[in-house]
Each structure stands twice: as C-alpha cells, then as structure tokens.
Design a protein around this ligand. Structure first.
Ligand SMILES: Cc1cc2nc3c(=O)[nH]c(=O)nc-3n(C[C@H](O)[C@H](O)[C@H](O)COP(=O)(O)OP(=O)(O)OC[C@H]3O[C@@H](n4cnc5c(N)ncnc54)[C@H](O)[C@@H]3O)c2cc1C
Ligand SMILES: *[C@@H]1O[C@H](CO)[C@@H](O)[C@H](O)[C@H]1NC(C)=O
Ligand SMILES: *[C@@H]1O[C@H](CO)[C@@H](O)[C@H](O)[C@H]1NC(C)=O
Ligand SMILES: *[C@@H]1O[C@H](CO)[C@@H](O)[C@H](O)[C@H]1NC(C)=O
Length: 344
C-alpha cells in the first residue's frame, strides 16, 4: 500500500509545483508588461496573501458557490489602471492561463469566478477597484466604470442631483479596453458579445456611459404586508389582474415569504413593496379606486427622494430612516450573509 500512496503524493507534489511554476512565470510576465509608472505588484493576490480569501469571497453573490470545495483561482488581479488589464490579457495568452472577468459577481452560474476544470489554471480579473462614477448633470449623462455597484452609482448621482437617476436601459457608449464604441453603431455581434453570459468573454469592458432621466424630488414608497391566508389569495389574484394596468408611474410589486408568529406557528406572508413617482397627494385615491383589496392607508406611505427609495426597496429604510450610507467593500461580507437566502 505504501508505494501507491507515495507515488500519488509525488504526483500531487509535481502537479502542484508545476502549477506554482506557471503562476510564477505569469506574475513575472505581469510585472514585465505593466507600465513602470503604474506598477501591478500591489494588485495581485496569490493564495498565500492573507487577504486572498476575503477578496475571493467578497463578490461571490451566489451562495451555493460560497464553499470550500469550489476550485479557487491561482491568483486574483484587481486592476487599478487599464495597463493592468492589458498586461493580464497578454500574459494569460502567453502562459496558457484562463481568465475570468468579474465585475459585480452576480452571475447566477458563477461564471465570473468559477472554473469547472481542475487542470487548467485560471485567474480572476476583478474590476472592483475600477469603480469611478463621473456624472455630468448638464449633459444628463454619466460614465461609470464596470466595478461600480448600482449603490455606488446611485449615490454619486444623488450627490449632484436628487431629480436625476440612471436607468440601465439607457446605455449610450461603452469603453472596451483599447476601443470606444457607440451602442447604436456597435452592431449586433459586439452587442451580444459584451453582454457576457459565457465562460469566456469577448473583451473587457472598462466603462459605460448612460443617459440620466428626470424624477420628481419627492417620490412615495409603501410596503403593505398581509399574513391572513384567505386574504392573500384574494389580493394576489387581484394583483395579477391589475398590476400591469395601473398608472405608468406606479409600480406595485408582489413577493412572498414565510413568517413565524408569536405562538411559533409558520404562515405565508405577501408583501407589496411599491414605488410611486410622485408625492403622495394622488396616490391613495389611485390605489384605492383600482386595488381596494390592498387596504392602502396614508400611514403606509412615506415620501422620500428617489435615491432613498432604493434603500427602502432593499428593506433598509424602515430600520434606518433618513440614513443614506455608502457601503464599502469591508461591509459586503456581513451584508451578504444576512441575505444569503435571496441568492439561490
Ligand atoms: C441575487 C441576484 C439578483 C439578481 N437580480 C437581477 C435583477 O433584478 N435584474 C436583472 O436584470 N438581473 C438580475 N440578476 C442577474 C444579474 O444582473 C446578471 O447575472 C449580471 O450579469 C450581473 O452582473 P455582474 O457585473 O455582477 O456580473 P459578473 O458575475 O461579474 O459577470 C457576469 C458575466 O460577465 C462577464 N464579465 C464581468 N465583467 C466583465 C467586464 N468588465 N467585461 C467583460 N465581461 C465581463 C463575466 O466573466 C461573466 O461571464 C440577479 C442576480 C442575482 C445573483
Ligand atoms: C521579464 O523581463 C526580464 C528582464 O527583461 C527577463 O529576463 C525575463 O525573462 C522576463 N520574464 C518574462 C516572463 O517575460
Ligand atoms: C460547492 O460549490 C460547487 C461549485 O464550485 C458546487 O458544485 C457544489 O454544489 C457546492 N457545494 C455545496 C454543498 O453547496
Ligand atoms: C405634489 O405634487 C404635485 C404634482 O407633482 C404638486 O402640484 C403638489 O404641489 C405637490 N404637493 C406637495 C404637498 O408637495
């Protein structure tokens, strides 16, 4: 028995050292290829770096993959400058490393950070440092780099104006590394290529330009909840009939979860988190004329700015009224844990 175990061990050691060798020559190449004025050294995390796990897990948004058997990358590069991305692509090709580009890490299948092959070494090009948001209120546009989260984008826009927001549908231009493209003239192939959705991407998108749209300075948020089972069926049925026919500026969403009452009994709960793009003046009669089953009352309605409504939607408003905060990378892990049941 001793001999096969020993040879397995030797095989394992030789695979590991050849992987280490690839990683080391790859890192040499990165250093050689990056511009001396923007050294790449501090942006490269190898598994022996104490922050490696934190950086790796921080943007794993599907918690099915948040486990120790997931194949880890040989390294993570967190570019601070476009030359780091160029060096990563050139060196990956030269040294047979696969690359995963990760922006938000929300991909359902985890394609931005997983590899299903144990034999081909791969690394993550993690864009989270490239998160600048440049808002131009006069032109009603904003450029943001792909590492920016929606929260960062909304926050930066709200710093300059509480009557403008960006909508994802309004993409105008994007900057692939080395090329700038107008969305209207990019052609279908490039459009589909840059929307991701594959293990291997077409290029690395550095930034997007978006059109801003106007919203009123005050919008109204409400979140009616119902737990009586009989009531839920009636309300849900009515919602299916009318939700899409309501005023264009009124969005009533329906979602379900399970709650435990004081006696320890479980029951289903329906929630109707909703946003009206106006102050509350017209809202009560609008809802009660079309959807009286909901039982909307004035006390449910809270007027706030649009950016505050994004927090209300995320469920944080009622716990921290009137507190807008900028979530730093350090807080992400904690927040993710509390939401882990939403990411499956
Ligand atoms: C909990 C949850 C809720 C969601 N809710 C919504 C929703 O409400 N509406 C909706 O539309 N979608 C939703 N999605 C889907 C999500 O929008 C998509 O998965 C989207 O691709 C996530 O973007 P990301 O930057 O986080 O992707 P990532 O996971 O970082 O990457 C997705 C793909 O694009 C590639 N890629 C990443 N960055 C770049 C880059 N800079 N250049 C080139 N290629 C790149 C990756 O390699 C991967 O193949 C949700 C997903 C989850 C997990
Ligand atoms: C990096 O540059 C040095 C000096 O120019 C050279 O000796 C070395 O072979 C290069 N390494 C790689 C991986 O290209
Ligand atoms: C752990 O992650 C892998 C993918 O990396 C997945 O296939 C597996 O199902 C996960 N295991 C658990 C227990 O969730
Ligand atoms: C509510 O909005 C309407 C129209 O947008 C406006 O005329 C009215 O003055 C606003 N009411 C309050 C109390 O701000």
């Amino acid at each position: 028995m001793a001999v096969p175990i020993l040879s397995l061990l030797l095989l394992f050691i030789s695979i590991k050292s050849s992987a280490d060798h690839v990683t080391n020559t790859f890192i040499d190449c990165l250093n050689n290829r990056s511009e001396p004025t923007f050294p790449i050294t501090g942006t490269v995390y190898t598994p022996d770096n104490p922050s490696f796990s934190f950086v790796y897990y921080a943007y794993i948004r599907n918690h099915v993959f948040y486990n120790s058997t997931t194949t880890k990358p040989s390294l993570i590069i967190t570019p601070l400058h476009v030359s780091h991305i160029q060096a990563a692509v050139i060196c990956a090709q030269k040294h047979g490393m696969q690359m995963r580009t990760r922006s938000g890490g929300h991909d359902y299948e985890g394609l931005s950070y997983l590899s299903y092959s144990n034999s081909t070494p791969f690394f993550i090009l993690d864009m989270f440092n490239l998160c600048s948001v440049d808002v131009n209120i006069e032109q009603e546009t904003a450029w943001f780099q792909t590492g920016a989260t929606l929260g960062e984008i909304y926050y930066r826009i709200a710093e300059k104006s509480n009557i403008m927001v960006s909508l994802v549908e309004f993409a105008l231009r994007l900057r692939l590394v080395d090329i700038a493209v107008e969305v209207e003239s990019m052609g279908e192939d490039l459009f589909w290529a840059i929307t991701g959705g594959g293990g291997a991407s077409f290029g690395v998108v550095l930034a997007f330009s978006f059109k801003l749209v106007c919203v009123p300075s005050q919008v109204t948020f409400f979140d009616v909840k119902r737990t009586s089972e009989k009531g839920i069926i009636n309300i849900a049925y009515k919602w299916f009939l009318i939700a899409h026919k309501l005023d264009n500026d009124l969005f009533v969403r329906m979602s379900f979860d399970v709650v435990t009452n004081r006696k320890g009994m479980k029951s289903i709960r329906a929630s109707f988190p909703s946003l009206f793009l106006e102050n509350s003046t017209r809202l009560l009669s609008l809802v009660n004329d079309n959807f009286p089953e909901l039982g909307l009352r004035e006390s449910h309605c809270v007027e706030m700015s649009w950016v505050e409504s994004t927090l209300a939607y995320a469920g944080s408003w009622l716990e921290h009224p009137s507190r807008l905060y900028f979530i730093e990378l350090n807080n992400l892990k904690e927040i993710d844990h509390s939401r882990s049941n939403q990411t499956t």
